[in-house]
Design a protein around this ligand. Sequence first.
Ligand code: 5CA
Length: 448
Amino acid sequence: MHLSRYFLPVLRETPKEAEIVSHQYMLRAGMVKQASAGIYSWLPMGLRVLNKIADIVREEQNRAGAIEVLMPTIQSADLWRESGRYDDYGKEMLRIQDRQERDMLYGPTNEELITQIFRDSVKSYRDLPRNLYHIQWKFRDEIRPRFGVMRGREFLMKDAYSFDLSEEDGRKSYNRMFAAYLRTFARMGLKSIPMNAETGPIGGDLSHEFIILAETGESQVYGHQDLFDGDIPPADLDFYGDLTPVVDQWTSLYAATDEMHDAARFEAEVPADKQVSARGIEVGHIFFFGTKYSDPMGCRVQTPDGDMANIQMGSYGVGISRLAGAIIEACHDDKGIKWPVPVAPFEVGLINLKAGDEGTDTACGAVYEQFTNAGIEILYDDTNERAGGKFATMDLIGLPYQIVIGPKGLKDGQAEVTDRQTGAQESISLDTVANVIAKRVKQQRLLV
Ligand code: 5CA
């Protein structure tokens, strides 16, 4: 992509309304634009990141055996009356009427709709277990939308729903999502810690929030230091085998969000030098709630004995749009974002220091083509802006590798390469730079 033909409305000044660094950088780097309170348009740079996050989530859901569907954003109120949640949900739910004055709503979550889909088509225990998920926009009329996409009113969520015959099997489905989430966040360069959490309006008595630490996080969390050094489950994990060792490894040590925190237990179970009390961002939340929806909504199957049984269910959310902000909170410096390769909007940024100069244009054009042919996503700054501005923009948008070509280096046949993550700089010959950097990028695409 040539920057001269791209749509990248960067801001030099920090917008006053943005309180935290991820919100500031997302606005300044032209990733999003507020449409109204807590509602955002995703501009090209932001959309590329959002799509990459969604792709990683999708890949890991599929790996864990979940099956993708797509449900609508608008739902019928009658369905929510069946579960009893229509009245319970309160003001966070955006309620609307169609022209026939039928009550509709913009979905804040999808337990009811997926339960209806499942109950109308599945009749036998032989069709279990199943896990269906979708990636869809949600609306919650949050009392305090803030921090940009972190607490939006409209936000993109992955929500998965598991269906099992017995509670024991339901817990196995829960464990599959538990392990999948550890991998999912690790692939984005994040260290997430599963913590005992409250279930709120979703319900049930088993729940974990996946938290990444960040000073600007909205949750106060408590945990054992050793959790931060735990191994991530490998890609070849057998998701239908015994996952209890993985879950035990992460749940045997103390970890709880504020609402579930027990100060006396924390003191008793965690040595003083291992006690972590910090702020965190909730990037995912999983629930097991048994028959809370299947019972009132009549979602039943025939058991092997010929009886009818309510299906055991769980639901599993990932905040996809929130993650774009959360990753920035975890990966930035005072000049801008430092994207991990797997979620970077482009993998390489190429700066032409003297656009219009024939020699420099030719050298840049050749390097650009080599990267493109190698399958690397590259943004080429071919504009006439002065060098200082180009460097500032490149640092702000945070592409993992910056390649600078100008008349000076050209004389020696060299490009200057900066690794945005480490700050390391090196000169690499123009002939080999695309090869060398393409290889590094490809190695870093799969962090786990
Ligand atoms: N039905 C369940 C699981 S699918 C559910 O809705 N869980 S949730 O309420 O915890 O939301 C799942 C995830 O969505 C959260 O962990 C969080 O990462 C994200 N999320 C929730 N509310 C918002 C919001 N207002 N803005 C951005 N992301 C949000």
